[in-house]
Design a protein around this ligand. Structure first.
Ligand code: SF4
Ligand code: SF4
Length: 184
């Protein structure tokens, strides 16, 4: 049969000599290669005990942001959903009621906000489009799961912890992210 490439090699079928039949030289040669790697610098790390620093441009799981008072920044304008090339974002807007000023920063807020992580390509355009600094891509991976429905992240999954009620978790979620202001 004619080969498609010239990469194939003819296998040698010549009978093994005495030393080859003993296998010991081959085993010794393999051990030398193995032991030589003990003194070399390891290219791997012991994850998750050790973690590599993230690149400054790393884009991970989305976080819905709050202000310093703990109020949700998102005003459900829909710009992130329009900007999303994967159509991964859906939301429902609601009007803030009297007495809810401590919960939502603007008069309108996202009563429902969902991101389909199976669609998301972590391009960061939702963060770019947001005029309220309400969404950003964090230094967190999207965890693996077995069921598709677990990859539909709801508002509760995405919302950053409250800065006053849980300041440690809030700072952890912010990571090394520089502080940004709303543009409108
Ligand atoms: S990162 Fe990109 S693909 Fe993912 S939700 Fe944002 S805009 Fe859509
Ligand atoms: S996250 Fe930003 S762009 Fe998206 S709906 Fe909320 S305020 Fe608008």
């Amino acid at each position: 049969m004619q080969a498609l490439t010239d990469k194939s090699k003819q296998v040698s079928r010549k009978p093994m000599n005495f030393m080859e039949r003993m296998y010991l030289p081959a085993i010794f040669k393999g051990m030398v290669i193995t032991f030589s790697h003990i003194f070399k610098k390891k290219p791997t790390i012991n994850y998750p005990e050790k973690k590599r620093p993230f690149s400054p441009v790393f884009r991970g799981l989305q976080i819905l942001n709050r202000d310093e008072e703990g109020r949700e920044n998102c005003t459900a304008c829909g710009l992130c959903a329009v900007a999303c090339p994967a159509e991964a974002i859906t939301m429902e807007a609601a009007e803030r009621q009297p007495g809810e000023e401590n919960l939502y920063r603007e008069e309108k807020y996202a009563a429902k906000y969902e991101i389909n992580m199976l669609r998301c390509i972590f391009c960061g355009l939702c963060e770019e489009a947001c005029p309220k600094d309400a969404i950003y891509l964090s230094e967190t991976f999207t965890p693996a799961d077995y069921q598709r429905k677990q990859f539909i992240y709801s508002k509760n999954d995405l919302l950053i912890p409250h800065p006053k009620e849980n300041p440690t978790a809030y700072q952890q979620a912010l990571g090394n992210r520089p502080k940004r202001e709303s543009v409108i």
